[in-house]
Ligand binder design. Sequence first.
Ligand code: 2P0
Length: 322
Amino acid sequence: MKVVVRAPSNIAFIKYWGKKNEKLRIPANSSISMNLSDAYTETSVEFKKILSDDLVIIDGKKIDGKEKERIGRHLNLIRKMARINFFAEVLSKNNFPKGAGIASSASGFAALTLAGVKAAGLNLSEKELSVLARLGSGSACRSIPDGFVEWKKGSKSSDSYAYSLKSPEYWDIRDIIVVVGEKSKKVGSTEGHKEATSSPFYKARISEMDKKIADIKLALKNKDFTKFGRIVEEEAINMHTVMMTSKPPLFYWLPKTLEIMQSITTWREAGLETYFTIDAGPNIHVICRSKDVRKVKTKLEKIQGVKKIIINRVSKGARIVK
Ligand code: 2P0
């Protein structure tokens, strides 16, 4: 049976950077995110008797080497659970540039997990799907449930999973992705996570995480956009400080990244309330209220060097489409 799934990428407001258990992808801290309506992966999976190896095609390109091995290991987990030994045909398409700091591994592994599980004839709960997606890529566990999501760090594999804090309809805020670089990054997230502990600021970061999570959950509960935005911005700068002070240092920003960060601060001072966050890449995510989207878009379009603008509402999690 062939199953097609669409899974959203997600943007973390409180971020995952550093693992307690590398192999099981158990994070050092819990994280909070929102699923993105217009940055997603669509993946079909079919286990076929005639195949002599897994066949993986992403964005029209046959995948080999390490990337394919990682996908094969994930399919092995599913095959083991379902007690099947057929290889799979995996066809996957992203509607955004891969490897540029928009989490393609999050939407990719969330889609692969749900499509693979269904194609193998398994019936798993949302929690079990989230745990399984996490084993493929940590942030993928947050693309399984709907809307605003918390990934509880947990203490063992079975209790490190994401669940929905609020539905997509709860709060009409937007995440505008401003693409300033489309090339794949030199150091991938999995490598980056390993370096986090080498920053002298890592321990300080982790010690504040429980409070940050509690604070942002309260801001979300109260729909306090100002408090929410301030926490989001401080958190992004905090994570990038750890990245930049790791050994070797990781600089994900481009000059344009900083230019847009500064513009956002200026707009805010002039009364247009927007905040930024940045993942492991150069692109900026502008967080704003729905009523301000047009204004923000017009301003962004005037900035030279902006390659693409993607406006996201809060989205549902991974869904079967066929
Ligand atoms: C996040 N990032 O919370 C953070 C913010 C990047 C910066 O999760 O090794 O691709 O596959 O578990 O999930 C990127 O890390 O790492 C990430 P793996 P992943 O969204």
